[in-house]
Write a protein that binds this ligand. Structure first.
Ligand code: ADP
Ligand code: GLC
Length: 512
């Protein structure tokens, strides 16, 4: 019997409570598998304005929670407890109206980051640790995600290093995105309140600013990214966003674990949002979904024209600049393009206009709509992701499951999860390109379109191959479990841990 772990997971978004991207999906799904393995997992996130306490039946914990925030003083919040859907896992929501009682999660309605994002997320980080103490929950590992919670490893190594509840806790920092680092004015050191000696080039300081992600990379016990490819890439100048040197320093402690997907949520056989369900044995339901999608977007209903779908945060990361350059060329092909997204404001107008000029060829929905995202996955023939970088990417994995062949740029997780179509052997699950250019994107969509029209049998084969792929959380959660054990070993030292679990740690650890 291996020792079961107490795991505290802290994140700024968790599906289905609040979501802007894949981080929410990951934190909504991973704990379920960890629970099945017998670990005691608790999740903490903010109670954003949009989270309806009554509808979710959240329970108010009697004590308000106090968190010392340096020169800001003691900050008090309410705590609500709920459960992750279909589990017994407690998720705690921190309620603080000034910090979290607004419509956006990170940005205002114009897409600009809130000016107090520093204090908001330092608060989330520190209050989560305070909550753990209040609950008498002694974590073996605190699992933190991206810059918003990256102050936690720093706090564990400083403020709480000798705390009886938290001093021994190991930390795992998962980097879902290296571009966003939490860069703030140096005065934030007085809010962190850990001493100015930590404002140095090894740890929290970068370019005379406080960089919370950098502090997390320096202080966390172990680090991982969400694909093996991206773990390599962030050690390079091209993808390290200036922190590649700091990451390389920790390369011995850096791992890549590809995300799984939640097949309860994303399964064409059971998906409740679809016009018809389907499986690899019988794709007739997929044809109905295509028709439904064409109807929703007011496009000609035609089963024979290839539909290329896209669901994305409209950010430069996602390659919307090369797509903008290529779009009128693409609209020359005999295809239909369907786009769902929100993000950079120029792109709303740009792609909206393209759809306006070509109403029989393109549909564009600017906004966030989960139901429509499911319908696009099911009703499209191809799914386009021309990302500049992609730490993992979930949509292409959903697409595989829905028999919608991904057209992707070969980067990060896209490169790891999609196998390029080989015309000779007919192997593959999608279409890939390397160059970050409109030209390469255009050619590859052309290649997919050609295949659709001229190689029907091959298309069917590729669809079957795609649908047979599985990226389960069960597999990925085992790897996280392994990293948790490793991090505990590293934090406490082998001997101490050996005593706790009664068997040599090495026997627990297979390669990740
Ligand atoms: P990222 O986290 O970088 O945005 P991922 O591919 O990991 O990329 O995850 C994106 C997630 O967000 C997917 O679940 C996708 O369906 C969803 N999503 C993105 N944009 C929208 C949107 N406009 N409406 C609905 N869902 C969206
Ligand atoms: C980030 C990345 C995306 C990844 C997601 C979940 O938002 O951009 O590639 O899938 O996190 O890990």
């Amino acid at each position: 019997m291996t020792k079961k772990l107490n795991v505290l997971i802290v994140a700024s978004e968790v599906f289905p409570f609040a979501k802007t991207g894949g981080l929410a999906d990951v934190i909504g799904a991973l704990p379920k598998e960890l629970e099945k393995m017998g670990h005691d997992v608790r999740v903490v996130m903010p109670r954003y304005y949009s989270i309806d306490k009554d509808k979710l039946g959240l329970k108010y914990l009697d004590h308000p929670l106090g968190t010392p925030m340096g020169i800001v003083g003691e900050v008090w919040c309410g705590v609500y407890e709920g459960k992750l859907p279909n589990t017994n896992i407690s998720i705690y929501f921190l309620e603080h109206d000034d910090y979290f009682g607004r419509a956006g999660i990170y940005n205002d309605e114009n897409g600009s980051g809130f000016l107090d994002n520093d204090n908001r997320f330092v608060f989330l980080s520190k209050a989560s640790l305070q909550l753990s103490k209040m609950l008498n929950f002694k974590p073996d590992v605190v699992h933190v995600n991206d810059w918003q919670t990256a102050a936690i490893p720093t706090f564990l190594n400083t403020t709480y290093r000798h705390d009886p509840m938290l001093g021994e806790a190991a930390s795992l920092l998962t980097i879902h995105n290296m571009q966003h680092q939490g860069n703030f004015y140096p005065g934030l050191m007085d809010v962190l309140d850990i001493g100015w000696e930590h404002f140095n080039f090894l740890s929290l300081e970068r370019d005379d600013q406080v960089n919370l992600l950098k502090g997390g990379i320096y202080h966390s016990t172990l680090i991982n990214t969400v694909s093996e490819g991206y773990a390599k890439e962030i050690q390079t100048g091209e993808h390290g966003w200036g922190l590649e040197g700091v990451v390389r320093e920790r390369s011995n402690d850096l791992y890549g674990i590809v995300n799984g997907i939640d097949y309860d949520e994303w399964n064409p056989e059971t998906d409740k949002y679809l016009a018809a369900n389907y499986s690899h044995n019988d794709l007739s339901g997929k044809a109905k979904c295509k028709q439904d999608l064409q109807e929703i977007f007011g496009l000609p209903i035609d089963p024979n024209v290839p539909v290329i779908g896209m669901v994305s945060r409209l950010a430069k990361q996602k390659g919307i600049d090369i797509l903008a350059e290529a779009i009128y060329g693409l609209l020359d092909f005999d295809i239909q393009i369907i786009m769902l997204g929100t993000g950079e404001v120029w792109s709303h107008f740009y792609f909206g206009k393209a759809a306006h000029y070509f109403p029989r060829k393109m549909g564009c929905y600017v906004g966030y709509n989960n139901e429509l995202a499911h319908k696009i996955e099911a009703g499209s023939d191809f799914f386009l992701m021309p990302s500049r970088f992609e730490p993992c990417g979930l949509n292409q994995i959903y697409s595989l499951r829905y028999g919608t062949l991904p057209i992707v740029r070969a980067t990060g997780g896209l490169n790891d999860t999609i196998e390029n179509y080989n015309e000779e052997t007919e192997e593959g699950t999608g279409f890939k390109f390397n160059d970050m250019s409109a030209h390469a994107l255009y050619n590859t969509v052309g290649w997919a379109t050609y295949t659709y029209y001229n190689r029907k049998n091959t298309m069917n084969k590729l669809i079957q191959q795609a649908m047979s792929k599985r990226f389960t959380w069960e597999d990925s959660a085992k790897k996280y479990e392994n990293l948790y054990y490793r991090s505990v070993e590293k934090r406490l030292g082998l001997d101490k841990y050996k005593q706790d679990i009664g068997v040599p740690v090495k026997q627990l650890i297979t390669s990740v």
